[in-house]
Design a protein around this ligand. Sequence first.
Ligand code: BES
Ligand code: MN
Ligand code: ZN
Length: 496
Amino acid sequence: MKIDFLDRGFATEGTLVIRAFEGKKLQGIAADVDKKTDGSLTRAIAAKDFKGKKDEAIRLIAPNGLKISEIILFGLGKESDITPLSLEELGAKVTAALERCKDKSAFIHFPALSTKTLDENTATAHVAYGALLRTWKFDKYQTKKKDQPACALKTLGFMTDSPKAAKKAFEPLNHIAEGVFLTRHVVSEPPNVIYPESLAKIAKDLKKLGVGVEVLNESQMKKLGMNALLGVGQGSIRDSQLVVLTWKGGPKNQAPLAVVGKGVTFDTGGISLKPAQDMDDMKYDMAGSGVVLGLIRALAGRKAKVNVVGVMGLTENMPSGSAQRPGDIVTSMSGQTIEILNTDAEGRLVLADALWYTQSRFKPQAMIDLATLTGAIVVSLGSEYAGLFSNDDTLAERLKSAGDITGEKLWRLPLGDAYDKDIDSVVADVKNIGSGRGAGSITAAQFLQRFVNDVPWAHLDIAGTAWDKKGRPLSVKGATAFGVRLLNQWIQTHYE
Ligand code: BES
Ligand code: MN
Ligand code: ZN
């Protein structure tokens, strides 16, 4: 799909998309359209009792008096309620509404807003961004459907007073979308295609954008003492990998921000094998690493003025004759010994070494990890919010606000000594599951905290939000890339 910004004018082909605010008369292009169609729009509005509320829409097919094939009028709600996110969601609705049309082009008019915080060109860019985010699909394996696309649409043309300014406002958003798409792509690919080495190879492509890419293999990790991560992968025939991405867009002596992702390319549970039902879902157990990859792609694309390191802990959790057993004790890179009581609680083992490595090598000013860590977070929060855990109130607040802006909502859950005691082991320093059945997401976060060495840190449990079975406003069902836009926003607001 091509996104274009054009001079305001009247569309002579394709679909025309216009908007109306709640309780306001038709203005500008909408008033023109009404005149040219002999009052059809006014009649349609009356017939459907259209008020201009958010999510309302009216379609006029083959309007008399005009050459275009369709007019869609979208309600925007009250002008004072407009935010970049609401405009993005509107853009996404435009794409969704055009999905089955035969037109090759659509022209979209969203004329001036009177709000002070958003100028017309920024507003238009956000509508285009939302439209673009919603176009992404994963259909490369549908060999038959591919020949007959549901949608013929090739270009979305956004008409504004200053196409140049709108294009400029759109440019960084376009790079963020590229990052989102990369994340969605690697998360959607099946586990026979995405495994530690193949994902590391995709990460190497970021070199083209000026990103530093280092890949550590098993023997290099062994030398560093990463036995917690390596233990998870020891039942797999695939080599585990640790990918380190560095983006240096900020001042030379600025301590970096660090983003660390769980990257279990398939989680069978290991010897503590998962049930067959829905086990295929565990291909997205590398979503945390997928987000790290997409975020760095976005930052490098838009040349963010900040230093960021991304670390991807990649491994496959398989049962086999060489697999780790429940009861095994491993010594992590930090020196702490871990008793493995359930081989399905593997994400925290991967992160234990990835987090320790990251803080000791890079001394980051803040460290965020993302992980599809627990089924318990899906029970608590479903797919609406991701779980947020942090040892730093300011950091937690900033992340939450960034998520409110991008529509990737976070809900903070507690950490505390009482939960921490629950993972003390009788025979080792720590065990990889809690004693009771309760608070599974918290004891998992508590485990991670033992490996962050007091660096300002936050953990995002994205098990419920990384993949969406119904679809979200800005993504079709499947991989969401939850976290890419959020962390980009957090960085943009506080560190650039
Ligand atoms: N990858 C899973 C968590 C998960 C569940 C992600 C559902 C996405 C959707 C994780 O490795 C896991 O298996 N966690 C266990 C921990 C338990 C054994 C303490 C869980 O949540 O059941
Ligand atoms: Mn598991
Ligand atoms: Zn897992």
